[in-house]
Design a protein around this ligand. Structure first.
Ligand code: CAA
Length: 262
């Protein structure tokens, strides 16, 4: 598939996906999701990819939300379908077997904020702005915002942001636990890629297990969460990366992980 709404590239073993509708501040519509899903299929079938970085093309936006010109005339069933379509893409990001970093380089509003929250963590530029402004359009978040925001920042903060539609700065988003780190705008890409490279050098099997344990464990009680962890910990013994990591430590050298799957 040729892409016109996204840009897909690889930098070594790091995949980079960019929302590429800068004239509409990268607002997302069904075409964007179609192309993104195709790119995720490619990432899933390329075992050399260790990390995915998601960002927005242009100076101003990560994604300024779902495309309002697409939504304005949708019927109830079409609205529901659009919501399900977006949610399905976000679940795919969450379940992708490689870590996904959101590199938020400007506005992350509505659907854009929701996409960022479905990534494993968010790095943001100091000029980035976050928010769920749907209420100002007479609607509500539709790509999981009412759910993921309350899980990330607590129910009261989620209600305030979704009820006021207010935009918050990157620093405020960090203060409420939505963003991991904030960088000066000109440093954001370099810092994101530095972290991506650090993660990409780790064992693929163990990275996948960390992601699964934290995500699957988050929605269950502590005992069941710990059971999920023990199962995954046990499975690590089947990975050559375990032997390599521990042997390298004992031999006082850097490990070379091959990333074999169990
Ligand atoms: N959908 C469609 N087009 C959008 C858009 C969106 N979400 N956000 C921005 N654009 C377009 C603008 O219409 C404008 O297009 P034209 O040049 O053709 O007029 C262009 O992008 C540039 O935008 P502005 O001129 O408005 O730029 P600004 O710097 O003055 O303001 C902004 C930036 C504050 C982000 C403002 O564009 C804005 O408020 N955008 C809408 C944000 C929003 O409400 N997002 C939520 C959408 S609903 C949603 O996402 C539902 C869901 O959960 C699924």
């Amino acid at each position: 598939m040729d892409y016109t709404n996204i840009l897909f590239s690889k930098e070594g073993n790091i995949a980079v996906l960019k929302f590429n509708r800068p004239k509409a501040l990268n607002a997302v519509n069904p075409d964007v999701f179609r192309e993104m899903n195709d790119a995720l299929d490619k990432i899933m079938s390329d075992s050399s990819i260790r990390v995915l970085v998601l960002t927005g093309e242009g100076e101003k936006a990560f994604v300024a939300g779902a495309d309002i010109s697409h939504m304005v005339n949708l019927t109830p069933l079409q609205m529901k379908e659009f919501s399900r379509n977006g949610q399905a893409f976000l679940f795919r990001l969450e379940r992708l077997p490689v870590p996904v970093i959101a590199c938020v380089n400007g506005f992350a509003l509505g659907g854009g904020c929701e996409i960022a929250m479905a990534c494993d963590f968010i790095y943001a530029s100091d000029n980035a702005k976050f928010g769920q402004p749907e209420i100002t359009l007479g609607v509500i978040p539709g790509f999981g915002g009412t759910q993921r925001l309350s899980r990330l920042a607590g129910k009261a903060m989620a209600k305030e942001l979704c009820m006021t539609g207010a935009m918050i700065s990157a620093q405020e988003a960090k203060d409420i636990g939505m963003v991991n780190r904030v960088f000066p705008r000109e440093k954001l890409w370099e810092e994101t890629m530095k972290t991506a490279a650090s993660i990409a050098a780790k064992g693929r099997v163990a990275l996948r297990a960390v992601k699964e344990c934290i995500d699957r464990g988050f929605d269950v009680d502590l005992q069941n969460g710990c059971n999920i962890e023990s199962e995954a910990f046990g499975l690590m013994a089947t990975s050559p990366d375990k032997k390599e990591g521990m042997t390298a430590f004992l031999e006082k050298r850097a490990p070379e992980f091959k990333g074999d799957m169990y």
